[in-house]
Design a binder for this molecule. Structure first.
Ligand SMILES: C[S@@+](CC[C@H](N)C(=O)[O-])C[C@H]1O[C@@H](n2cnc3c(N)ncnc32)[C@H](O)[C@@H]1O
Ligand code: SF4
Length: 414
């Protein structure tokens, strides 16, 4: 088993040249990526958290909680009671008042926890977007964002979840990439973000996007387990769940096979950002270990395996990757790889500290969009939300993600 898992480790080559612009991908980054992958293989998908000190209840399915109850010498229906308690918002084991207090006390004595985070801070943007800074059991902080949208006839609430504390990929235009990497999140820590947003808004979440902090494909097993729970137990349609990745060698095929096996029809969004390897590796240092052509081939394979097209995300950086000629080049490259039907989502760059880019003008964005459209590529422009709360795409960062929160950091943050 261990040998098989070892074989599955995506091969990350150490880039021969340091980064071309800012944010070189050095040996430390490669080590961080490898650590994330190794940790991801060891992580159980059933809710046990390394270092949590005991069993975690959130993220376990009803059947798993029934088994858990039986293993505790309780009747199986107590598992259902735990499940109901968690789904009704219990934050601590003591809150699950539909099970006898003697058992609750016993669970607490054993170190069993619900796995819910603590709300450390909330920031609200003028457009209704709310960013939540959550404190995990080991003190790390992670951000999640709730984005409400009211159309004429329906209310939508999208949660942008994080999959890691920080991110080791270091894309040069992204605040998370500049903040370093601490650890992968466990499935229940992702599920917790959805429940937290749902509780604070007081309405049901309709969409979940894995576009917060972290690279989901570095921890795809935990991401998959959380997506499955969000779909089956929280009741969010798989087609309303999108996992966004910048690309990790070999991970896409494994994810595709796992999705097929589970008949889970989530969307995979691939952050492409460029029409060529040359341009891409200037802003995505990890691209040196994952050639453009291989990435596109993997996107085609994903479609072959799952029957679902990937979508693409393209962050527009003024004067760098936003010319109509580059749009035409992108259209040609997608067409060549049989990806002409894939939707391209354009994201005008949101300003982050210490990054030397510019957001393109509306006219430049429009011209890029038109050029893709003219070439027959389905395309849309993402509306920016939550900028004044630093909650927009790529703006999630906290200075403390590399280390757990101690007293002095707590004071600085308050
Ligand atoms: C923050 S990432 C998280 C998911 C995954 N790591 C990825 O890169 O796809 C989600 C999306 O935000 C985009 N993004 C990052 N920084 C941005 C910025 N400053 N402005 C606009 N989009 C940004 C990324 O390129 C990616 O498409
Ligand atoms: S864009 Fe995605 S992969 Fe790149 S640094 Fe940010 S979170 Fe990580």
């Amino acid at each position: 088993m261990a040998a098989a898992a070892q074989e599955e480790l995506p091969k990350i080559a150490i880039p021969r040249q340091p980064g071309v612009t800012e944010g070189p991908w050095d040996r430390a980054d490669v080590v961080a990526v490898k650590e994330a992958l190794r940790d991801s293989q060891q992580a159980s998908t059933s809710g046990r958290t390394a270092g949590a000190g005991g069993q975690v209840l959130l993220g376990k399915t009803l059947e798993e909680l029934q088994e858990f109850a039986k293993a505790q010498g309780q009747p199986a229906y107590r598992g259902k009671q735990l499940y109901d308690g968690l789904m009704h918002g219990a934050h601590s084991v003591e809150d699950i008042t539909n099970v006898p207090s003697s058992w609750r006390q016993e669970l607490v004595r054993q170190g069993v926890t619900t796995g819910r985070s603590k709300l450390f801070k909330e920031v609200r943007a003028a457009d209704g977007t709310r960013k939540f800074l959550l404190q995990l059991h080991d003190g790390y902080l992670v951000e999640t964002v709730g984005i409400p949208l009211d159309d004429a006839d329906k209310h939508r609430l999208t949660v942008c979840v994080s999959s890691q504390v920080g991110c080791p990929m270091r894309c040069t235009f992204c605040a998370t990439g500049k903040g370093g990497f601490a650890r992968n999140l466990r499935p229940h820590e992702i599920v917790d973000q959805v429940l937290t947003v749902q509780e604070h808004f007081g309405t049901r979440v309709s969409n979940v996007v894995y576009m917060g902090q972290g690279e989901p494909c570095l921890t795809w097993r935990a991401v998959l387990a959380s997506a499955q729970f969000i779909n089956a137990d929280i009741g969010i349609g798989a087609r309303h769940i999108t996992v966004s990745t910048v690309g990790v060698p070999n991970s896409m095929a494994m994810l595709a096979e796992a999705l097929k096996e589970r008949s889970l029809q989530i969307t995979l969004a691939v952050s492409i950002h460029a029409p060529s390897q040359e341009i891409r590796e200037k802003i995505v240092p990890s691209a040196k270990a994952y050639p453009f052509e291989a990435l596109l081939e993997d996107c085609s394979n994903f479609y072959r395996i799952t029957g679902r097209r990937v979508t693409f995300e393209y962050t527009l950086l003024a004067g760098f990757n936003d010319s109509p000629a580059q749009a035409e080049e992108l259209a040609r490259v997608l067409t060549r790889h049989g990806l002409r039907g894939s939707h391209v989502n354009l994201i005008p760059w949101n300003a982050v500290q210490d990054a030397q880019f510019k957001r393109p003008s509306r006219a430049a964005g429009r011209a890029f969009c038109d050029a893709l459209e003219k070439a027959g590529i389905p395309v849309s422009m993402r509306v920016t939300r939550g900028t004044d709360a630093a909650a927009a795409c790529g703006q999630l960062r906290n200075e403390f993600q590399r280390m757990p929160l101690d007293g002095s950091l707590r004071q600085q943050l308050a």
